[in-house]
Design a protein around this ligand. Structure first.
Ligand SMILES: C[S@@+](CC[C@H](N)C(=O)[O-])C[C@H]1O[C@@H](n2cnc3c(N)ncnc32)[C@H](O)[C@@H]1O
Length: 342
């Protein structure tokens, strides 16, 4: 098989982890070369971006956020997309016969070129339009990516559904709202935009480590009756929401005394990943059969992969791991979606 290159993105601090995961878990990964702060090229003996996306989902690999097939690279100081547009055009036609294309430009690291992002977008749009494509920012089945890094521009093309994220480089942008009570809300909001839960998830949610109440607020806004467990205070605006109950205690105390049943348990407790995972397993009797759980694993920045492996071993005592990823709004942690084994 011919060797292939894919562009992947990850959190800047997580490059070594993304690299280690790729080299350890992807059989035909040969090399991982960093090209920008949050971008690297993975060379494989044949696996395409679609294959990598499938492995990221299934294994799961946690630190890759976005993936696309590398079509070409050029030096933005010396030339532009015109120098590679023939190759790009041929690569697009291999994926689709539709004229509709999403153009995703992103910048990784500090770049100093004599054009700005707007100029680059206009130029690229023009070149693609000249080839007969209708160019959008989003909503098209195939995306052309141009990732500008300090030394190079990497041009990629992939089907959006095989790219792990529909955002350029996986850099989802969420805006603050006046009702927001914590930045932690973004993590749950991003997860709901990234992972598709079944429509019939149920109505009763339990939120461990709820204070000041961001996740509780998001759950309430999605129609859940929510029991918020935390020794700390909830924001008064969250306490006033209908269908929110605050249990001012620890998760350990709650799970020993509660007789309630929930369809969803979420856990954002500040706690070691293995202890937190143990608490999730100890809470299985509170979860309806087939119920879902969401937990963050706060690994810090040392011994990350061993901590995750230990936590997964604990969680698999009673859950299937449906999704696990370091989302854009996770810092030194990963978000995991679990389903109670039947
Ligand atoms: C990162 S904050 C949670 C933020 C919250 N998800 C939000 O969106 O506002 C972590 C919380 O875990 C709580 N916590 C730590 N240990 C706990 C335990 N054993 N039981 C319940 N809550 C705990 C802390 O009191 C703290 O409020």
């Amino acid at each position: 098989m011919a060797s292939r290159q894919s562009l992947i993105s990850m959190a800047e601090d997580s490059f070594p982890l993304a690299k280690e995961e790729m080299l350890r878990r992807v059989d035909d990964a040969v090399a991982v070369r960093r090209v920008g702060a949050e971008a690297a090229i993975v060379e494989t003996e044949g696996a395409t971006a679609k294959d990598l996306a499938e492995l990221v989902r299934r294994t799961p690999l946690l630190f890759t956020r976005h993936v696309t097939n590398v079509v070409a690279e050029f030096d933005p100081a010396a030339s532009d997309l015109a120098s590679v547009v023939d190759t790009l055009d041929a690569a697009i036609r291999e994926l689709t016969s539709e004229p509709l294309i999403a153009l995703q430009l992103w910048v990784s690291g500090k770049v100093h070129y004599d054009f700005n992002r707007h100029d680059a977008r206009q130029r690229a749009s023009q070149l693609l339009s000249d080839r007969g494509y209708r160019v959008s920012r989003a909503g098209s089945p195939v995306a052309v990516s141009v990732c500008f890094t300090p030394k190079t521009a990497v041009v990629g093309v992939n089907r959006v559904e095989d790219s792990l994220s529909s955002w350029p480089g996986g850099e989802i942008r969420l805006s603050r709202s006046p009702e927001q009570v914590s930045r932690a809300e973004f993590k749950l909001e991003e997860l709901f935009k990234t992972y598709e839960f079944p429509a019939d998830l149920g109505e009763d949610a339990l939120d461990y480590g709820a204070a000041p109440g961001g996740w509780t607020r998001i759950l309430a806004s999605r129609g859940f009756r929510t029991t918020a467990v935390d020794p700390g205070d909830l924001d008064p605006r969250v306490l006033r929401l209908p269908d929110v109950v605050h249990e001012r205690t620890t998760a350990g105390n709650f799970l020993r005394s509660s007789r309630d049943r929930f369809d969803l348990i979420v856990n954002d407790m500040k706690m070691s990943p293995t202890r937190s995972s143990r608490l999730m397993v100890d809470s299985l009797h509170l979860l309806e059969p087939g119920g879902f759980a969401i937990t963050t694993l706060k690994t810090g920045d040392r011994g990350v992969l061993p901590q995750i492996e230990q936590s997964f071993a604990v969680l698999r005592e009673g859950y299937d791991i449906e999704f696990a990823r370091q989302l854009r709004h996770n810092r030194n942690e990963v978000t995991v979606v679990l389903r109670k084994q039947r």
